[in-house]
Design a protein around this ligand. Structure first.
Ligand code: 4AD
Ligand code: MG
Length: 429
């Protein structure tokens, strides 16, 4: 058996392909079967003069998404999808599909998500999943090549990491309530003290009440954490990382970006250095553009878009008011009102793709923060130990995988960036 994406190695030869009928047209003695095998598409030509009557008839009976095995000769043909065509000799039906719900006509988005398990076979979804996979590989390669150790945090946790408002609860035997993790960061900090540079990469959960195109309740996050890194080191790493991901996809997933009709002009500009502006300067940008905003609030999606329009590549906004940020962030020694935090905002209205910070490394200050945020100190004793036994300056960030896929693919909504999206109003299929 040969895969469609390897046909170039078999020009002039007879091959056997296995796949599904993507679509079909016919004219008299000819039937043109578009075959899909998961690696690509190829047109298979059934000519009445070349095959038995039986085979010609079974080709006629093929419905959309029926599974078949086809044997034929590979011809090079630049005008065809994928650059090849198959001259069919043999055809075996594996299974005739019932009337397929997704047809080439336009379907509403709710209908498509209801049929997500089938929608994934469509060309655009195929391209998105292949880009997602390549982004995941780029993420792993980036950290593996730079001496980071993959460090898997638990998913079931006894307490909040990013604030208590968005926790999914689950009963946990005799121990009461446990929570699904919102972020592996606190555990990654323990990892960094053991292994210097680590990264976590897995699903995280937030009971987000927001129905925006930027929020899922289950999403994947990669979180590097580095001992002895300050905020500037953290930003240097974040921009190198995002440049690497985007440039890798431009080089390695050209065909998929074309299928998605992604205009890559802006992606090509994603090169270091990225602009860095303080939160305070970002507020000034908003004011200059007559966009109402008060120092001290957190930026919403609309504010982020207005700020990002000032720049031609991702922008890093640093030193947010400590009030709006998480308890673990270190305050700026120069100005106690702001935290050593950084968010990276993607261009073209895609919003925050990275959130990170330098961490509070002083035991007493961290204790104060835990009290201020009304967090149960007993559950944080192990985390406080990291400050009791050889505390060091350290930093890290988290990049949302679906936000990144959505931006690079130019999608309207995060729901297409993950195989089976989970949102406030949907947990099926
Ligand atoms: O800014 P966040 O909340 O940061 C953290 O979780 C830190 N613990 C990361 C760290 O410093 N190690 O989330 C990080 C990123 C966001 O920038 C965004 O890309 C993504 O995670 N994200 C979401 N993606 C999809 N749906 C949601 N509901 C998301 N919430 C955050
Ligand atoms: Mg954030």
């Amino acid at each position: 058996m040969v895969y469609i994406n390897k046909l170039a190695e078999h020009v002039g030869q007879e091959v056997t392909l296995k796949g599904w009928l993507y679509n079909k047209r016919s004219s008299g003695k000819l039937q043109f079967l578009m075959l899909r095998d998961g690696t690509g598409l190829v047109q298979c030509v059934v000519f009445k003069g070349n095959v038995s009557d039986e085979i010609f008839e079974s080709a006629k009976k093929l419905t959309q998404e029926s599974s078949v095995e086809i044997t034929g000769t590979v011809k090079k043909d630049e005008r065809q999808v994928g650059g090849h065509e198959i001259d069919v000799k043999e055809l075996t039906v594996i299974s005739i599909a019932e009337e397929y719900p997704i047809t080439p006509k336009e379907h509403g988005i709710e209908f498509l998500i209801d049929h997500r398990h089938l929608w994934l076979r469509s060309r655009k979804q195929w391209a998105i999943m292949r880009i997602r996979h390549r982004i995941v590989k780029a993420i792993r390669d980036f950290f593996d090549d730079r001496g980071f150790v993959l460090f898997d945090p638990p998913i079931i946790t006894p307490n909040a990491c990013e604030g208590t408002s968005t926790l999914f609860e689950t009963p946990y035997f005799d121990l009461g309530t446990a929570y699904l993790t919102q972020s592996g960061q606190l555990y990654a900090e323990a990892g960094a003290m053991a292994l210097s540079k680590v990264y976590t990469f897995g699903p995280t959960f937030r009971a987000e009440k927001s129905k925006t195109r930027r929020h899922l309740t289950e999403f994947w996050m990669v979180e590097p954490e580095m001992a002895f890194y300050n905020l500037d080191d953290n930003m240097d790493l974040a921009e190198e990382f995002v440049e690497y991901i985007v440039q890798t996809i431009l080089a390695e997933r050209k065909e998929e970006l074309e299928i998605l009709e992604r205009d890559t002009t802006n992606l090509e500009k994603v090169k270091r250095p990225f602009p860095r502006v303080s939160y305070t300067d970002a507020v000034e940008i908003l004011k200059k553009k007559n966009h109402a905003f008060e120092w001290g609030n957190d930026f919403g999606g609309a504010d982020e878009t207005v700020i990002s329009e000032e720049f031609d590549r991702p922008v890093m906004i640093h030193r947010y008011p400590s009030e709006v940020k998480a308890f673990y962030m270190k305050r700026d020694p120069q100005n106690d009102k702001v935290a050593l935090a950084v968010d990276m905002i993607a261009p073209e209205g895609y919003g925050e793709i990275i959130g990170g910070s330098q961490r509070e490394d002083d035991l007493n200050k961290l204790l104060e923060r835990i009290k201020e945020h009304n967090l149960p100190q007993t559950f944080f004793e192990w985390y406080l130990d990291l400050r009791r036994y050889g505390s060091v300056p350290h930093s890290g960030f988290g990049l949302g995988l679906e936000r990144t896929v959505s931006w690079i693919c130019g999608l309207d909504h995060l729901r297409e960036a993950i195989p089976f999206p989970r949102m406030i109003y949907r947990n099926t299929p």
